[in-house]
Design a protein around this ligand. Sequence first.
Ligand code: COS
Length: 392
Amino acid sequence: MPDRSFLDWPFFDDAHRALAEEVEAWAGDVVAPLEDEEPHDDAALDALCRRLVGLLAEGGWLRYCVPGSHGGATEALDVRSLCLIREILARRSGLADFCFVMQGLGTGAISLFGSEALKSRYLPGTASGERIAAFALSEPSSGSDVAAMTTTATADGADYVLDGEKTLISNAGIASQYVVFARTGDGEGAKGLSAFAVDADAPGLSVPERFPVIAPHPLGTVRFSNCRVPATQMLAGPGDGFKVAMASLDVFRSTVGAAALGFSRRALDETLARSRSRIAFGKPIAETQLIQEKIADMAVRIDAAALLVYRSAWTKDRFKGRVTREAAIAKLYATEAAQEIVDQAVQVFGGQGVIVGNPVERLYREVRALRIYEGTSEIQKLIVAGQTLAGN
Ligand code: COS
């Protein structure tokens, strides 16, 4: 059982503490038995994801991915709740965490900027697990540089016609709908982008390829060829797409830090168990100072990451405005720390740590993408530097 004393921090109220206890108990019963399942083809992977989405919906946890007005558990998206749920799920299973957060990231832009009609169409089904959501921002030649995207949405009567390709899109192939960013020609660079909710069965939308990844989850390319969507599917106004994307990431970047924290806590749990039971040179390795140094280092980084993640989440919940700097700091620190913590855990396990199926081997693969998706560590540093320079 990992340290839960952080729940006493002033960032949380009693509802968060109760939520953490409930999710913890549920994850122990429902997710733990699925921890070791690692499908090796797309069909099995998709089936497991659908099953996890169904289980998360049954548990009531997907209600935290949408606002209360449309089937959600809290009035507005509550970032602390999202973080607590991600942290607890990630400790058990990276895939369960993935299935949970995609329902939020994939509809965050609709929750924040959608018309009443779009919210009613997409959000209740996402909370109930009937719909699977996706966020389609990256392109083959524009990842970090969002403003360089080339997918176009051309106005044509009461519709827009989308052409282009999005890649490295999570849930590609199993999503019911995608939030898609495209250039509408209303301005240069970031100013010319708009956001749309596009149904997966829209004519002209296809998923031409899927990618196998080191920690398997559905990931692929989404192609738009003369894909016609009604103009009413636009989120916010023409030219607002960049802000829609950044505001969504403002909410969800802290939660990436929370998932990293979950991986870190699991790595520490595994390290403690291993170092107490493993005998070398006539005593448990936990009694050796070099192992203790690793344990101390992990514990310090975990507390620091938790403080930064929940500071960012609390700031967003409390003040509602932009938390670009706080979220970037939380994501940057927590994901970089998690990478080092997991690496150290593998080291403590020695040869056992690289055997496929060992929990730390799995963590080693699961943690890597977090320093890349939703903005690389390098982009987070640019954001922090930019905001710091602007503020002083
Ligand atoms: N909320 C609302 N508006 C925001 C915002 C936010 N969080 N962040 C930026 N904006 C606005 C700015 O206020 C600015 O508006 P004005 O022109 O009206 O002043 C506009 O958007 C452009 O912002 P900025 O100048 O900061 O953008 P830059 O091009 O300098 O930087 C970065 C953009 C690099 C930070 C951005 O492209 C980024 O985060 N890239 C990584 C993308 C990413 O995460 N990709 C992964 C895909 S998702 S898995």
